[in-house]
Design a protein. Structure first.
Length: 75
């Protein structure tokens, strides 16, 4: 997934979580065992979501980006 964005009127309703879960299901179906994503360090809600659903922070870069990874083989 290159970009995930939920309209402000529909945030905090679990839509991003549902979309990420569907992505994980599709990845497993296609024998993908790792999902990599990144966000800007100011996106606290995205960072919270990624950690809540099991993504591990793997890198922070100077330009304010944080990278996360989810190993599907652990699920």
């Amino acid at each position: 997934m290159f970009q995930l964005w939920v309209h402000p009127n529909y945030r905090r309703a679990g839509l991003a979580t549902q979309l990420k879960n569907k992505l994980e299901e599709a990845a497993q179906y296609h024998n993908v065992n790792l999902i990599y994503t990144h966000t800007e360090a100011v996106n606290d809600h995205v960072i919270e979501l990624n950690k809540k659903i099991g993504y591990q922070e793997v890198r922070r870069v100077l330009f304010g980006m944080i990278s996360f990874v989810l190993a599907l083989s652990n699920r």
